[in-house]
Design a protein around this ligand. Structure first.
Ligand code: SAH
Length: 673
């Protein structure tokens, strides 16, 4: 059987439906899943185990049989913990078939098949009774259904249903409770992910300021959560305006209501400033006493030195609908609204007024200006990057003449506006988004002379940036588009950027390697079946693929110098033949070569280049600084990740890289020498 998967074609920029093996989706799901990261989360595992032991003991002390319901068992880990802790029987529910199958194998291998029944169903489909999936209701409820936002994976409706139909009244729940914390901050950096700041253009006839329209200024944005590794945000990038306060908590041992609601807290600003952002995270208490606590608190809040890195639970950044000036000591009210799956925030200045239900709108925010639909948060950040804008302005000034006829090919780009302010008279913009700027609703390959009012293009510009790009080289679509419009270009056309280059560096990650590293045993349970399954899924495609990661969130150190491996000349058309390169790269520092990082650099003018990857290597230790708006490509070396101790450090890495001009994809292979 075949299935169809939607994917953007990097040579046309268009979405295409590709026929894939029926297992493709599931292999992708397994290979890119967070299961490995969870199994490596020692802090989480240890605390679950403690909480489970305590819950089983409490039930036993009451003289009852311990009957466990584990919703979303994954590898079966939490059920095996319960069985080891003395539970009489566990019902392990898992909706994802490949995982349910893996759980059966893992449970069997660890010798718990008589104590654990794996049920491949969504928990809301589970039946209870003599002929049901479960013989009787459970008195211990164990789950790990949380995402960074706590409720985004549907924990609330799942708990609501479980309390109604699957567990006894007064059941013990592990975790026992979850608490959501918030802190109000001002941060130009984070606010730049949500609003377009005025753009200053230094033109020959004076400074001009591009401002965003008022509907954009007042737009509440999109409700999707912004989850980041907040621990990578330096304290110099935000100003704390309030103490950390508890926003709401959920007691999982009691009936849970998933219906939309809101919570309101009073805040007394500790500093005057502009309230823009609500930072939020949660913790879970594994037992009622609160002695076994697992927290996502960021570095400036957490006192413990025992810091656990994890990627499956991070921290949330919420954007207030508008920035609000607040004064130190002058109370404000922060409201968290939530529906079944997401949370959003509002700030009110009402001083001790009657808390009127009617004034709380629980509707989730909807973008009215379109910009939040066109630009995601990193893209907002990129467009607000003044340094980057300056480089484009300087480059544009070098190439634009008053009689230039310009065409811009990039998604949601400000280049036409910049060029217009710089004095370009004629500007065409293909694909998206004024009277000096003409937007052409046509794909580059179907561009006609009439679209261009029979003019030839003398300046072709692009950032380039396309929303469909997943990996750095997918923005080479610009080259394909440039090739498609060749007949409309003057013979001495200026293309900006004139070329691009692919760069590569070998790195040692501080933590990111964990997400692809096998686990072996977890808290004494053999979970190798899961490792094998992930490996098998990673090898499902003959060549392993590079994967996109925003590396500013994932510290690493360079083990080699950065190396330019391929160049792409935009002044010429895309060649028919593939572009390949082979070579070796010397390792200059000691460390574990976890993988190669690849990124693109765009050459706007002879002396102006934009890097979408490495910004600089900041010290002699090799710590890297990455472009904060872009994702880089990471290719993990499985041999290093899989071996505990690397005996005899490699001194060089050989590589073979091939850019297939037909597909727009890059295949690569590495060997450690
Ligand atoms: N319990 C495991 C895995 C947690 S990941 C561990 O702690 O290591 C969460 C798992 O729950 C996923 O495998 C997902 O497929 C499953 N899941 C989520 N909601 C579910 C539901 N309502 N019913 C059954 N499975 C669910």
């Amino acid at each position: 059987m075949k299935t169809f998967c939607g994917r953007a074609n990097p040579t046309t920029g268009a979405m295409e439906w590709l026929e894939e093996d029926e297992n493709y989706d599931y292999h992708q799901e397994i290979a890119r899943s967070r299961y490995a990261d969870m199994l490596h989360d020692k802090d989480r595992n240890v605390k679950y185990y403690q909480g489970i032991r305590a819950a089983v003991s409490r039930v036993k002390e009451r003289g009852e049989k311990a009957i466990v319901l584990d919703i979303g068992t994954g590898t079966g880990l939490l059920s095996m913990m319960a069985a080891s802790a003395g539970a009489d029987f566990c019902y392990a529910i898992e909706v994802f078939k490949p995982m349910a199958n893996a759980a059966v194998k893992i449970v069997e291998k660890n010798g718990f098949h008589d104590k654990i029944k794996v049920i491949n169903k969504h928990s809301t489909e589970v039946t209870v009774g003599p002929d049901g999936d479960m013989q009787c209701r459970a008195n211990i409820l164990i789950t790990e259904l949380f995402d960074t936002e706590l409720i985004g994976e549907g924990a609330l409706p799942t708990y609501e249903h479980a309390h109604k139909y699957l567990v006894q009244e007064g059941c013990e729940a592990v975790p026992h409770r979850a608490t959501v914390y918030v802190q109000l901050v001002e941060s130009k950096r984070m606010w730049s992910w949500n609003k377009l700041f005025p753009v200053h253009v230094e033109a020959d006839d004076g400074e001009k300021i591009i401002v965003s329209p008022s509907e954009m200024e007042n737009c509440p944005g999109v409700p999707s959560v912004c989850d980041i590794q907040l621990n990578q945000m330096p304290s110099s990038d935000f100003t704390i305006l309030s103490d950390v306060v508890t926003m709401f908590s959920v007691d999982f041992s009691k009936p849970v209501r998933s219906a939309s609601t809101y919570y309101k807290v009073q805040l007394e600003p500790v500093k005057s400033g502009k309230a823009q952002i609500v930072l939020s995270w949660w913790d879970i208490d594994m037992d009622p006493s609160g002695m076994i606590n697992c927290t996502m608190a960021p570095y400036w809040v957490k006192s413990t030195s025992a810091f656990q890195w994890r990627d499956h639970w991070m921290q949330c950044v919420y954007f207030l609908p508008n920035e609000e000036p607040v004064l130190q000591g002058e109370k404000v009210y922060l409201t968290a609204c939530r529906d079944e799956y997401s949370v959003w925030y509002k700030l009110q200045k009402a001083r001790g007024e009657e808390e009127n239900k009617a004034d709380v709108h629980v509707e989730s925010p909807v973008c009215r200006c379109q910009a939040h639909l066109l630009w995601n948060r990193p893209r907002f950040g990129e467009l607000n990057d003044e340094n980057r804008t300056r480089q484009y302005i300087t480059s544009l000034m070098k190439v634009l003449k008053t009689d230039s006829v310009c065409l811009c090919i990039s998604d949601g780009s400000l280049l036409p506006v910049l060029a217009h302010y710089l004095g370009a008279k004629q500007f065409f913009k293909a694909n998206h988004l004024e009277d000096k700027i003409k937007i052409i609703e046509a794909r580059p390959e179907s561009l006609t002379s009439s679209h261009l009012e029979d003019k030839k293009i003398s300046v072709l510009v692009g950032e380039p940036f396309f929303t469909t790009s997943l990996l750095p080289w997918h923005n080479l679509y610009f080259w394909y588009a440039r090739t498609a419009v060749t007949s409309h270009l003057t013979s001495n056309v200026t293309v900006l950027p004139q070329s691009a280059s692919l760069h590569m560096m070998i790195v040692e990650f501080q933590d990111l390697w964990r997400i692809r590293s096998p686990c072996g045993t977890c808290e004494g349970f053999d979970v190798q079946t899961m490792d094998d399954m992930i490996k098998n899924s990673l090898n499902f495609r003959e060549s392993k693929e590079a994967e996109p990661h925003p590396l500013w969130e994932y510290p690493c150190k360079s083990l080699s110098d950065p190396q330019e491996v391929l160049t792409f000349d935009f002044r010429k058309t895309v060649p028919q033949h593939c572009l390949s390169t082979e070579g070796s790269i010397n390792l200059l520092r000691k460390g574990k070569s976890h993988g190669a990082v690849l990124w693109m650099e765009y050459h706007l003018a002879a002396d102006i280049s934009i890097s979408t990857g490495l910004m600089q290597i900041s010290n002699e230790k090799g710590n890297c600084e990455w472009n904060p708006h872009c994702k880089q490509a990471v290719y993990f070396f499985s041999s290093v990740i899989e071996s505990e101790a690397v005996s005899g450090l490699p001194s060089a890495v050989t590589y073979a890289i091939n850019f297939n001009t037909k597909t727009g994809e890059i295949a690569m292979d590495f060997k450690l020498l």
